[in-house]
Ligand binder design. Structure first.
Ligand SMILES: Nc1ncnc2c1ncn2[C@@H]1O[C@H](COP(=O)(O)OP(=O)(O)OP(=O)(O)O)[C@@H](O)[C@H]1O
Length: 384
C-alpha cells in the first residue's frame, strides 16, 4: 500500500468515527497531494457546502467519503525524503557590539520532519533561524542545502527556503487577492491561480475570512494568511519564528497539528523548524527539540544522559507545603525537591517509578492541580 493510500485510509477512519473536524482537514491534505485541479475544485465545493450546512453531518460524511474514493484512485507521486535538505555544521556567530555568542550549533533536517527550537528570551533562537535562512552571516562553520532541483538565483532560493519572522508586514486589499498575487508572480494561469488559491484558503481554515482586509484579521488569522502565502510557493524548508505568539492554547494546538500534517505531505514534504516558548505544545509535534541556553545548543536526547542520568523528574503544582511533600516522598528515593515559580520540581532516583509518585499523591488529601513527568522533556533544562 502506498503512503498516499495509507493517508486516505486514515481519513476514512476519521469519518467513520464522525470526527469531521480533523477528518476534513486531513481530507484536504490528501486532496492537495493529488495536484489535480479537478480534485481541488471538488474539495473547494465541498468546503463551501460544509460552511453553508454546518449541522448536516451525515451528508457531509457521505460527500467526503465519495470524494475520498476518488482521491484514493489517483496515483500520487511520492517524493523521497531520505536525505537531509539542510545541514549546518558547527555554526558560530557573535555580534560585535554584544557579548552574546551563538554556537557551535549543528543541525541536520530532512523533509517531512519538524524541529522545535526552544529557549528563553534572548538565547539566540532568532539568530539561529536567520542564519539557517541565509539572512544573517555567521563567523564559523558551514551551511549546505540539498534541494530537489539546483537553485539558480536568489529568487529561486527564496522560494525553496522561506523564513517567516515574528512580526510580519501589513498588506492592502483582500486576503484572497493577496494570495492570488503570489501565484501570478509564478506565471500560473488565472483559472489555476483561482483554484490553487481557494484550495489553500480552505486548507488553512480561512474560508470565511477570504474577503477580509489585514486590519480585520486577528493575529492568529494573520499568521494563517502568512502560512498560506508561503505554502502557495511550495517551499522545501520553512523556518518560522514564534508562530504561536498571540494565539490562545487551542489555536496553538490546531496550527501545530496543521503544520505537522502539511509538512508530512506525500507529494511535497517540507522540513520545518519553528521557534517557540510553548514547550509542551511544540514537543508534542516535534521530531526533535533543539534547546538554546545562552547561545549554547543542547540536544535533548544526548544531554539527558550527561546531565540528569535516568532520573525521574516530576513537576507538581500543589498548594501543599515543602514539608508535607518531603514527608510524603520519604519512602521514595527523593534526591531533591525544588520550589520554582509556584511549582515543585522533584528529582527521584532511577529506581522510582512515576506510578509510585502518583500513587503517593493520590492517597492523601492535598490539593494537586497537575503532576507531569518531565524526565524526557526539555522543560527540565528550564527549571534546573
Ligand atoms: N543585530 C544585533 N546586534 C547585536 N546584538 C544582537 C543583534 N540581534 C540580536 N542580538 C543579541 O543576541 C542575543 C540573542 O538574540 P535573539 O533575538 O537571537 O534571541 P531569541 O532567543 O530569539 O530571543 P526572543 O525569544 O526574545 O526573540 C540577544 O542578547 C540580543 O540582544
Amino acid at each position: 500500500m502506498t503512503r498516499h493510500q495509507q493517508r486516505v485510509n486514515e481519513v476514512f477512519r476519521f469519518f467513520d468515527n464522525r470526527d469531521t473536524e480533523l477528518g476534513f482537514r486531513k481530507l484536504l491534505d490528501c486532496a492537495m497531494d493529488t495536484q489535480k485541479m479537478s480534485i481541488y475544485q471538488k474539495a473547494i465545493e465541498l468546503t463551501d457546502w460544509r460552511e453553508k450546512n454546518p449541522t448536516n453531518i451525515d451528508t457531509l460524511i457521505e460527500k467526503a467519503k465519495s470524494l475520498l474514493d476518488e482521491i484514493a484512485s489517483i496515483q500520487v507521486e511520492e517524493l523521497s525524503s531520505d536525505n537531509s535538505v539542510l545541514e549546518a555544521k558547527n555554526i558560530k556567530k557573535s555580534y560585535g557590539s554584544n557579548r552574546f555568542s551563538l554556537g557551535p550549533v549543528s543541525v541536520q533536517i530532512r523533509k517531512g520532519q519538524v524541529y522545535g527550537l526552544v529557549g528563553e528570551n534572548g538565547n539566540g533562537k532568532t539568530t539561529l533561524l536567520r542564519i539557517l535562512a541565509k539572512e544573517l552571516s555567521y563567523n564559523d562553520g558551514s551551511l549546505s542545502f540539498n534541494f530537489k532541483d539546483k537553485t539558480t538565483n536568489d529568487f529561486d532560493l527564496r522560494t525553496k527556503l522561506i523564513y517567516i519572522p515574528q512580526r510580519t508586514e501589513k498588506w492592502y486589499g483582500s486576503l484572497k487577492d493577496n494570495l492570488k498575487f503570489v501565484l501570478s508572480n509564478y506565471g500560473i494561469n488565472p483559472e489555476e491561480n483561482e483554484t490553487r488559491t481557494l484550495m489553500m484558503i480552505a486548507r488553512l481554515g480561512l474560508w470565511n475570512y477570504k474577503h477580509l482586509k489585514w486590519s480585520e484579521l486577528s493575529s492568529g488569522y494573520k499568521m494563517r494568511f502568512e502560512l498560506a502565502r508561503t505554502l502557495l510557493r511550495q517551499p522545501e524548508i520553512l523556518l518560522l519564528d514564534e508562530p504561536l505568539a498571540n494565539l490562545d492554547v487551542l489555536a496553538q494546538q490546531v496550527i501545530l497539528e496543521d503544520l505537522k500534517a502539511i509538512c508530512n505531505s506525500v507529494n511535497n514534504p517540507i522540513a520545518l523548524i519553528l521557534s517557540s516558548q510553548q514547550l509542551y505544545e511544540v514537543e508534542k509535534i516535534s521530531d526533535k527539540v533543539i534547546f538554546l541556553k545562552n547561545g549554547q545548543y543542547k540536544d535533548n536526547h544526548q544531554t539527558s544522559t550527561e546531565e540528569f542520568g535516568d532520573q525521574l523528574i516530576i513537576e507538581i503544582d500543589s498548594s501543599a507545603s515543602r514539608e508535607e511533600l518531603l514527608s510524603l516522598f520519604g519512602a521514595l528515593d527523593l534526591h531533591q525537591l525544588k520550589y520554582n515559580g509556584g511549582i515543585y520540581i522533584a528529582n527521584f532516583g532511577i529506581e522510582t517509578k512515576f506510578s509510585q509518585v502518583l500513587s503517593v499523591l493520590g492517597n492523601v488529601d492535598i490539593e494537586v492541580v497537575y503532576v507531569r513527568n518531565i524526565s524526557k522533556s526539555t522543560r527540565r533544562f528550564f527549571v534546573n
